[in-house]
Design a protein around this ligand. Structure first.
Ligand SMILES: [Zn+2]
Length: 273
C-alpha cells in the first residue's frame, strides 16, 4: 500500500509567498487525508497533483485562522468540480459550529445562484465530527487515526497520528503536548512537528509560550525513538525574513536527537512505503 506524505504549506500566519499556510496531505492507498488547510492549501494540493474534490477526509488541529482559512475554498471548489461524497471533516470541539457558520451563511447568494442554475446541494455540506477526547477515533480502509490534546492558546487543539500497516505518522498543529505524547509518537516513521522559532525568538514574542522549542522536539523524538522529524510552521522566517533560521533550528534539534531532521518546504514529498 502506498503511504506518502506531502507538505503543502510550511509557513504560518504571515503572507510569505515562499511558504503557504499550514497544510499537508497523507496518501494512504487510494485515500487522500488532508491535515489543516491554511492559506493556499488548495492550490498547493493541485500543484502536487491532487484535487479539492478528491480529498476524502480533512483533519483540523485547531481553529486558528492560519490553519483553516482555505476551508470554504476547498468545500466550494470541490462542490463545483463534482465531489461525489460529502467531505468528512474531523476537528476539535467547536469545529461543527465553525463549519456551519463559514459555508452556508456568508455564501447564501452564491449557493442560491448555483442551485438556480441546476446545481444540486447533495455534496455541498461537509460531514463534520468533533474529536472530543484522546485516543483512537477512526478506523477506515487500511488505516487508523488517533488524537492527543495539546496546550495551545487557551483553545481546543489536537495532534493526530495515522497508523497504516506497520507505518506510523504523527502530524502536529501548534502547541505543547503532555507527557503522554512520547508514547503517542512511539516508533513513528515520521513526526511532522511545528517549530515556530528559536528559544531566543520565542522569548520575545507575546505568544511564544504557546509553542514547542527545538530542544523539546529533540527530547520527544529521542525518547519516542522517532525515525525522522520534519520541522514546519516556520514563523521565525515569516516574521524576520531570515531564510537561514529554519536550518539553525534543525541544528538545534540535531543537538539532542540522532535521527534525520528535515526542514519542511512546500511540495516536499516523503515516501513511507
Ligand atoms: Zn495556532
Amino acid at each position: 500500500m502506498t503511504i506518502r506524505f506531502t507538505m503543502l504549506g510550511s509557513g504560518a500566519v504571515r503572507d510569505n509567498p515562499r511558504r503557504a499556510g499550514p497544510s499537508q496531505i497523507l496518501q494512504v492507498g487510494d485515500q487522500t487525508l488532508m491535515f489543516d488547510c491554511g492559506r493556499s492549501a488548495a492550490t498547493s494540493l493541485a500543484a502536487a497533483g491532487g484535487a479539492c474534490e478528491a480529498i476524502d477526509r480533512l483533519f483540523l488541529t485547531h481553529l486558528h485562522f492560519d490553519h483553516v482559512v482555505d476551508l470554504p475554498y476547498i468545500v466550494f471548489t470541490g462542490w463545483v468540480k463534482g465531489r461525489e461524497a460529502r467531505l468528512g471533516i474531523h476537528g476539535p470541539v467547536g469545529t461543527g459550529d465553525f463549519v456551519s457558520r463559514i459555508i452556508r451563511p456568508p455564501f447564501e447568494q452564491d449557493i442560491d445562484s448555483r442551485v438556480g442554475h441546476g446545481k444540486d446541494l447533495e455534496s455541498l455540506d461537509p460531514d463534520v465530527s468533533e474529536v472530543a477526547g484522546a485516543g483512537e477515533f477512526l478506523v477506515d480502509d487500511g488505516y487508523r487515526v488517533s488524537a492527543a490534546p495539546v496546550d495551545h492558546a487557551n483553545m481546543p487543539a489536537l495532534v493526530y497520528r495515522v497508523d497504516a500497516g506497520d507505518r506510523r505518522v504523527v502530524i502536529t498543529g501548534d502547541g505543547k503536548p503532555d507527557e503522554g505524547f512520547t508514547d503517542f509518537c512511539r516508533g513513528a516513521d515520521l513526526l511532522a512537528v511545528e517549530c515556530s522559532g528559536t528559544p531566543e525568538f520565542l522569548a520575545e514574542q507575546p505568544w511564544g509560550h504557546w509553542h514547542l522549542r527545538p530542544a523539546d522536539i529533540a527530547r520527544i523524538a529521542t525518547e519516542a525513538e522517532v525515525k525522522r522529524v520534519m520541522i514546519k510552521h516556520l514563523v521565525i522566517e515569516d516574521i524576520t525574513g531570515d531564510r537561514t533560521a529554519p536550518y539553525r533550528m534543525a541544528e538545534q534539534v540535531r543537538q539532542g536527537y540522532g535521527g534525520e531532521v528535515i526542514v519542511a518546504e512546500d511540495g516536499l514529498v516523503v515516501g513511507l512505503s
